[in-house]
Design a protein around this ligand. Sequence first.
Ligand SMILES: Cc1cc2nc3c(=O)[nH]c(=O)nc-3n(C[C@H](O)[C@H](O)[C@H](O)COP(=O)(O)O)c2cc1C
Length: 127
Amino acid sequence: MGEYVLKSDDFLVSQTDEKGIILFANDDFCKIAGYTLEELVGKNHNIVRHPDMPKAAFKDLWRTVQRGEVWTGYVKNKTKDGGYYWVFATVYPMKDPATKKTLYMSCRRKPSEAEIEAAEKLYKTLD
Ligand SMILES: Cc1cc2nc3c(=O)[nH]c(=O)nc-3n(C[C@H](O)[C@H](O)[C@H](O)COP(=O)(O)O)c2cc1C
């Protein structure tokens, strides 16, 4: 419970289909979110959504990647046990080489304390 502050070498990766259903998550993602890979695969990515996150952030994320562009932003995520962790995420669209279907990938690293404070402030002003 409480905040998990990322270590500077934590690197959380997840991959979804075009609807945001999780296809893959790496070890750092599973460990920090508190789930096994089996628990995550097939679930909607909003399984880690924290209620403090404004809808507008995810609207912007989806609009950006669906246009084929890269989205970056700060995200507060919920852990399985009710704690939370902040990440700086880079989300980008890609094509599955085998099926040619669109997939999305997110890579996340530790944000600075100042970046977290600024994001907290901004998100309080958004719906
Ligand atoms: C590749 C990818 C990674 C995502 N990662 C997260 C994440 O770490 N946390 C999160 O709350 N939403 C993430 N989302 C956004 C979710 O799909 C979803 O839009 C968001 O959790 C809001 O949930 P809702 O659409 O049910 O309101 C991600 C989406 C994509 C495409």
